[in-house]
Design a protein around this ligand. Structure first.
Ligand code: IPM
Ligand code: MG
Length: 401
């Protein structure tokens, strides 16, 4: 019998509790009620959370775009756009909660959420090191699929990342242990059910859109238990999709190959565990033109949340530049929201307008500084473009180049 030190006993007890929680999660996953059908609802409530830093600015612009595109259904009451205040770092610190209870209750009364970036504290920051509001929201609302598209038409790049959003190194990100002063341990989680649902969604997407190919990204040669499970589940799921081609890649070489012009265009749908997805999608967004250009959908069976993929840029606010923040990522998120709740034509038009404004025509450039356009002017440019009767022709003219 090994005699464990008190420190080890404490850590073991902690680990035991975590395992119990995760096993309970597995049971919940098995009992999942299935997908909500927005089309069958009389009313869809869209909650808008401003967040921190530049968040309130850019989410306001995205909200304006939604209000224009959904004007008819807002006037009949089929759509309600509701402001949800209170998801600010000051409130979260006051309550010492990643999401204050009243805010969470309000979020749960919505169907979908448009969320501005929120500050994520880390050790040494001026505030206590509480959990990220993003990560908590993904967990509380079980938003298991983080879908992040990146398109660069002139390079023939059309990627969609399906990042697992509730497991991996994030599941217990704030529950690691400092066993002693010198030893810290974090935990990484993969469940069969959690891996299956994200991988299935990726294969479904590849099939439904005709993209036809899925790349599974792990580091299963080294991280053998969790990544090994993810890859094994992918092998099983792939058998149900004989019409979809698939391959598997390790995350390190994948970060290199996204930059390889010969290889990059061959990637289509990519599915990957949480942390790798976090990293790879920032790289992909940068290739597209910067993290300010990419939108992010956090999809669950009951709720969905749409956001920019970048942070709250407090420095821009401190330096008085918030009005110059680029709202394209939030507007892209709004397009994904529209598509998700069944307004596919509006979403398609908005996507076209964004491509024209951000990539093809670029009549206004947002630089984040006074030498560029303001976010409000840029949003007006997108709105003028989306309402242009010649939108389609304008878009295909650029497309053909
Ligand atoms: C993202 C962000 C978040 C994450 C942060 C803000 C917690 O980087 O959405 O990619 O790591 O998931
Ligand atoms: Mg990230």
């Amino acid at each position: 019998m090994v005699a464990f030190s008190n420190e080890i006993k404490v850590a073991m007890e902690h680990f035991g509790e975590l395992l119990q929680e995760q096993l309970k999660r597995v049971e919940d996953l098995k009992a999942s009620p299935g997908w909500i059908d927005y089309r069958s609802l009389d009313k869809i409530i869209i909650g808008v959370c401003g967040g921190d830093g530049i968040g309130p600015y850019i989410s306001e612009h995205a909200r304006r775009v939604l209000e224009v595109l959904l004007a008819d259904d807002i006037s009949t009451g089929r759509i309600e756009i509701r402001t949800i205040d209170g998801l600010t770092i000051e409130n979260r610190i006051r309550e010492m909660k990643a999401i204050p209870d009243d805010v969470l209750a309000e979020l749960k009364r919505c169907h979908v959420i448009l969320k501005g970036p929120t500050t994520t504290p880390k050790k040494g920051d001026p505030w206590p090191n509480i959990e990220s509001a993003n990560v908590a929201m993904r967990r509380y609302l079980d938003l298991f699929a983080n879908v992040r598209p990146v398109r660069i038409p002139e390079k023939d790049i059309d990627w969609v990342f399906f990042r697992e959003n509730t497991e991996g190194s994030y599941a217990l990100g704030n529950k690691g242990v400092d066993v002693t002063d010198d030893l810290a341990v974090d935990f990484c989680v993969a469940t069969t059910q959690g891996s299956e649902r994200i991988i299935q969604l990726a294969f479904e997407h590849a099939r439904r859109t005709g993209m036809g190919k899925v790349s599974v990204v792990t580091k299963a040669n080294v991280i053998k238990a969790t990544d090994g499970k993810f890859l094994h589940v992918a092998e099983e799921v792939a058998k149900e999709y004989p019409d979809v081609e698939w391959d598997d890649w390790f995350i390190d070489i994948m970060t290199a190959k996204l930059l390889d012009p010969y290889r990059a265009k061959d990637f289509k749908v990519m599915v990957l565990p949480n942390l790798y997805g976090d990293i790879l999608t920032d790289e992909a967004a940068q290739i597209q033109g910067g993290v300010g250009t990419a939108g992010s959908a956090n999809i669950g069976m009951r709720y969905a949340m749409f956001e920019a993929i970048h942070g709250s840029a407090p420095r821009m606010v401190k330096e008085g530049r918030a009005q110059y923040a680029d709202p394209s990522s939030m507007i892209k998120a709004a397009a994904m929201l529209l598509d998700h709740i069944g307004y596919t034509e509006e979403a398609r038009r908005l996507d076209m307008a964004l491509e024209i404004c951000c990539q093809f025509e670029r009549r206004l450039k947002v630089t984040g500084r006074a030498d560029g356009a303001t976010g409000a002017d840029f949003a007006s440019y997108v709105l003028d473009t989306v309402s242009d009767p010649e939108l389609e022709t304008r878009w295909s003219r650029f497309k053909k180049r």
